[in-house]
Design a protein around this ligand. Structure first.
Ligand code: ZN
Length: 171
């Protein structure tokens, strides 16, 4: 187990103040997490270099954006509801290049099961299981599912399967 030296708790949470009002942060790439985290809402640290936050690219009621800092200080972001990472950083006024430290060595890219901690993925997608449970209760009570509810169930299933694939589960 190893990790970068620099560790700082993000000053996250509702109403967390922005670092800069200028909107451009391309210069402050010394530590990408310091650029990204203050811009996110409802940031919660799950462990060293691992956070969960509200996704800025969609109407995210339960935080479903995973953020991870790799050993070379690159930041990985993933919206478990399916927003492309480029959209996520664009919604924050950043670019994908802001997620990389100024100098990158030639490490091999992380394989899927190395990118995310399954426990963190579950924290992000737990709300989808709740959707399924509520629908099951409705059915058990003899209620009929509306088309919109059935569509939402389908979305929950897709998100859960996408999350499984992201951590290296095949099929
Ligand atoms: Zn999203």
């Amino acid at each position: 187990m190893s990790g970068p030296q620099k560790r700082k708790r993000p000053g996250g949470g509702p109403g967390a103040s922005q670092h800069s009002a200028s909107g451009t942060a391309s210069q402050s790439t010394a530590w990408p997490a310091a650029t990204l985290l203050p811009r996110l809402e409802r940031v919660r640290e799950l462990g060293p270099g691992r956070w969960i936050a509200r996704c800025p690219a969609h109407d995210d009621r339960s935080p479903s954006l995973s953020v991870r800092e790799t050993d070379d200080a690159t930041i990985l972001v993933h919206c478990w509801a399916g927003c492309p990472s480029a959209d996520v950083v664009a919604a924050l006024g950043l670019e994908l290049s802001d997620l990389f430290p100024p100098r990158r060595d030639d490490r091999a890219p992380l394989r899927p099961r190395e990118r995310w901690v399954p426990r963190d993925v579950l924290a992000a997608v737990a709300g989808e299981a709740l959707v399924v449970a509520i629908a099951a209760d409705d059915l058990a009570a003899g209620r009929r599912l509306a088309d919109a509810d059935r569509e939402r169930l389908r979305t929950a299933s897709l998100r859960l399967r996408a999350a499984a694939r992201e951590v290296g589960v095949d099929g």
